[in-house]
Design a protein around this ligand. Structure first.
Ligand SMILES: Nc1ncnc2c1ncn2[C@@H]1O[C@H](COP(=O)(O)OP(=O)(O)OP(=O)(O)O)[C@@H](O)[C@H]1O
Length: 619
C-alpha cells in the first residue's frame, strides 16, 4: 500500500486493468511515451517563451514587440491543411471520425485503451505533464459557496470514495491532487446536490463534473449492460451538453479516460459528422451521452434516444448554453421531452463566467442547488500575462507580423509554443490564414464555414505543431484544452468581456503560464471599461491610454452581459443574494453563505470595491 496518494500516483500502473497487481519488474519499467521526457514542467519551452516575451514587455517596450519564441517555421503555401479529395489521412494523431467509436474495438469487442500507454510507439502529446502543476498557493484562492447545508471540501482524492477503477484512472492521468474546483464540487455532487459552479478557465472543471457522474453510475450498478428497454432506442443515464462539436469531442475523450474499465460507457454525438456511426454507437449501449444540442434534438426526434432514464444532467459552458443562441434548444431538451424534472435528476452547471441574468434563467433547471465560485465569477487567471496594444484596423496585419517575427527570432521549437489568433468573422479567418501562409507562417483555421472534417483536421494539425498558428472565430473560444498554446492574440476583440475571458483562457491552463495580446482601437470602446477592470483585478498592467478610454466609456453602451459601470462589479456572486431575489428579507434559497480560505480577507465581491488583489491558486 502506498503511503500517500502522491506515492501511489507515482506507482500507478502504466497499462490497463483495475485489478492490476504490481509486478516486481514493473517499478523500473518506463513506458515508451514517458522516456526522454524533460525533467519537469518548468522546463516547458512554451512556458519559458511566454514568460520571456512577457518579461520583455513588462520592461516598458512601448511597441509591445518582445520576443516570444515560436520560430523554426518552414515556408508553405496557403491551405496546406485542406483535405485533398475529401480523404483525411490524419496528421498529429488520430484519423477522421472512424476513430471515434465510443472507445470500443468493434472487431474484438474490447475496450480501447484511451491512455494509449499500452502501445509500443511514441505518440505526440499523449499525456499532459500534470506533475508540474504548482498547488502550493491553493489555500489562498477565494472560494464562496452558498445554499443549504453545503458539504465540506476535501483536500485529497483519497478522502473521496470514487471507486477503485476510477481512482486508478485518476492516477493514470497523473492527477496528484484535486484542483480547488474539484475539491469543492466533487463532494457536493457526490451527495446528490444540484450545483452551479464557476471557476477559472483551465482549472479542471471537466473532471469536477465527470468524476461524480462516473462514480455515481458505477455505484448504482446500472451501467450500459442493463437490458435494453427498446432495441433501437438508447437510454443514457447521464447527459453532458456542450456548445461546440470540438468541445463535445474533447469531453468525450476525457470522460473515456476517466471511465476506462469502470464498465461505464461513454458515447458522443455531434453535428457535421455522419449520424449512422453515432447511431451504431448508441445502439451498443450508452451510460453517458456527450452531445451538442442540435444533434441531440435530431436523435430525440428520430426516437433513437430517450431521456427518461437520465439521472445526471451536466451543462459545460452553462452560461453559453443558456444564452439566447442555445436557450430554446436547451429548454426543448430539458423541459419538453421525457427527461425527469429537477429534483428527480441531478443537475450540474459549470462555467468560468456566469452573468446574473443567466444565473436567474438557470435556476429554472435546478433544485435546492449549491452555488460555488472558485475565484471571482468571470475573472481571468493571473497566470495569463495580458497585454493590450492600440492598433488601427489598417495596421493589424503588419503588427501581427511583427509579433510573429519576434517570436520566430527566439528560435524555440514551434510545436511547443502555439499561437491562437482570434478574429471576428469566418471570412476574416480565411483571409488571415491565407495571408499568414503566403508570408511563410504555417497557419490553419477553424470556423463555422469549414466542414467538420476540415475543422477536426485543422485542430489536429495545430495541436501537433504542424501548423503552429490557428486562426479562429469564437467557435474555438470555449473549453478547448490545447497543450502548448503559449500565446493568444485577439486580432479582433470580442464585444463581450466574458468572451474575452474564455478566449484568453486557451492559454495559461492547469498551472502553466501564458500570454494574451489584444489589438484595441476606437471600434472597441465599449470593451474598454470591463477590460481595464478585468486586467486590474488580475494584477495586470493597465496602459494609461486604456484607463482613459475606460473613464470615457463608463456609461457607454456595448454588449456586455455584465452590465455597465459602477456598483456590483461583474455580477459576481450568487444571484440569489440580490435583494430583488430574496425580497422582504426572506431567505429564498434557504442557505447560509460560506466564505472559505481567507476569502473574507481578500476584499469580497460586493460593495463595488475591488479590495486587495486576490492571489491565484496557480502561482
Ligand atoms: N487534479 C488535476 N491535476 C492535474 N491536472 C489536472 C487536474 N484536473 C484537471 N487537470 C488538467 O487541467 C487541464 C484543464 O482542465 P479542464 O479542461 O477541465 O479545464 P476547465 O476548467 O474546464 O477549463 P475551461 O473553462 O477552459 O473549459 C486539463 O489538461 C486537465 O487534464
Amino acid at each position: 500500500m502506498p503511503a500517500t496518494w502522491s506515492d501511489s500516483v507515482e506507482k500507478a500502473p502504466a497499462g490497463g486493468g483495475t485489478g492490476a497487481t504490481s509486478h516486481a519488474s514493473r517499478s523500473t519499467y518506463v513506458p515508451p511515451h514517458l522516456r526522454n521526457r524533460p525533467p519537469s514542467a518548468s522546463a516547458d519551452p512554451a512556458l519559458s517563451a511566454a514568460v520571456s516575451y512577457a518579461g520583455t514587455l513588462v520592461g516598458n517596450d512601448p511597441h509591445g514587440q518582445g520576443a516570444l519564441a515560436v520560430g523554426g517555421f518552414q515556408s508553405v503555401g496557403p491551405r496546406k491543411d485542406r483535405i485533398v479529395g475529401g480523404i483525411n489521412r490524419g496528421g498529429g494523431g488520430g484519423s477522421g471520425w472512424n476513430n471515434r467509436n465510443g472507445g470500443w474495438d468493434r472487431g474484438r469487442e474490447r475496450e480501447v485503451n484511451p491512455f494509449q500507454d499500452d502501445v509500443d510507439e511514441e505518440p505526440e502529446f499523449v499525456a499532459q505533464e500534470n506533475t508540474g502543476i504548482n498547488f502550493d498557493a491553493y489555500e489562498d484562492i477565494p472560494v464562496e459557496t452558498s445554499g443549504k447545508d453545503v458539504p465540506p471540501p476535501v483536500s485529497t482524492f483519497a478522502e473521496i470514495d470514487l471507486g477503485e477503477a476510477l481512482n486508478l484512472n485518476i492516477k493514470r492521468c497523473k492527477y496528484v491532487k484535486p484542483t480547488p474546483v474539484q475539491r469543492h464540487a466533487i463532494p457536493i455532487s457526490l451527495t446528490g446536490r444540484d450545483l452551479m459552479a464557476c471557476a477559472q478557465t483551465g482549472s479542471g472543471k471537466t473532471a469536477a463534473f465527470c468524476f461524480p457522474i462516473i462514480s455515481g453510475i458505477m455505484t448504482s450498478g446500472q451501467s450500459a449492460q442493463r437490458q435494453q428497454r427498446m432495441p433501437r432506442m438508447a437510454f443514457p443515464l447521464a447527459l453532458i451538453l456542450a456548445p461546440t462539436r470540438e468541445l463535445s469531442i474533447q469531453i468525450h475523450e476525457e470522460a473515456r479516460k476517466f471511465a476506462y474499465q469502470t464498465g461505464v460507457r461513454v458515447v458522443v454525438a455531434y453535428g457535421g459528422a455522419p449520424i449512422n456511426q453515432q447511431l451504431r454507437d448508441l445502439e451498443r449501449g450508452v451510460d453517458i451521452l456527450v452531445a451538442t444540442p442540435g444533434r441531440l434534438v435530431d436523435l430525440l426526434e428520430r426516437a433513437r434516444v430517450s431521456l427518461q432514464m437520465i439521472k445526471y444532467l451536466a451543462l459545460d459552458e452553462a452560461d453559453r448554453m443558456l444564452d439566447m443562441g442555445f436557450e430554446p434548444q436547451i429548454r426543448r431538451i430539458v423541459q419538453q421531452m421525457d427527461m425527469p424534472p429537477p429534483g428527480a435528476r441531478q443537475t450540474l452547471l459549470f462555467s468560468a463566467t456566469f452573468p446574473k441574468e443567466i444565473q436567474r434563467l438557470a435556476s429554472d433547471f435546478l433544485s435546492n442547488y449549491v452555488f460555488l465560485a472558485v475565484g471571482r465569477v468571470g475573472s481571468s487567471t493571473d497566470l495569463i500575462v495580458q497585454r493590450v496594444e492600440y492598433v488601427l484596423e489598417t495596421d493589424k496585419r503588419s503588427h501581427l507580423m511583427d509579433l510573429l517575427h519576434a517570436q520566430r527570432a527566439n528560435g524555440v521549437q514551434a510545436k511547443h509554443a502555439l499561437t491562437l489568433v482570434f478574429v471576428e468573422t469566418k471570412k476574416g479567418a480565411d483571409s488571415l490564414e491565407h495571408w499568414l501562409c503566403i508570408n511563410s507562417f504555417p497557419a490553419t483555421s477553424i470556423h463555422g464555414d469549414r466542414t467538420q472534417q476540415e475543422r477536426e483536421y485543422a485542430l489536429r494539425s495545430f495541436k501537433s505543431g504542424k501548423t503552429p498558428i490557428l486562426v479562429a472565430t469564437d467557435v474555438a473560444a470555449r473549453g478547448l484544452d490545447i497543450p502548448h498554446v503559449a500565446h493568444v492574440v485577439n486580432f479582433d476583440l470580442p464585444n463581450d468581456i466574458d468572451d474575452y475571458v474564455h478566449r484568453i483562457g486557451r492559454t495559461g491552463r492547469a498551472g502553466k503560464t501564458g500570454l494574451a495580446t489584444a489589438f484595441f482601437n476606437d471600434n472597441n470602446g465599449s470593451l474598454a471599461r470591463p477590460l481595464a477592470d478585468l486586467m486590474q483585478e488580475a494584477n495586470q498592467e493597465v496602459p494609461a491610454w486604456l484607463a482613459r478610454f475606460a473613464a470615457r466609456s463608463t456609461f457607454g453602451g456595448g454588449r456586455n452581459r455584465r452590465g455597465g459601470g459602477g456598483g456590483g462589479r461583474f455580477g459576481g456572486r450568487d444571484f440569489r443574494k440580490d435583494s430583488s431575489y430574496s425580497r422582504g428579507g426572506m431567505d429564498m434559497y434557504g442557505g447560509g453563505s460560506n466564505m472559505n480560505n481567507g476569502y473574507s480577507q481578500s476584499g469580497g465581491y460586493g460593495g463595488g470595491g475591488y479590495g486587495p488583489p486576490v492571489t491565484s491558486a496557480w502561482d
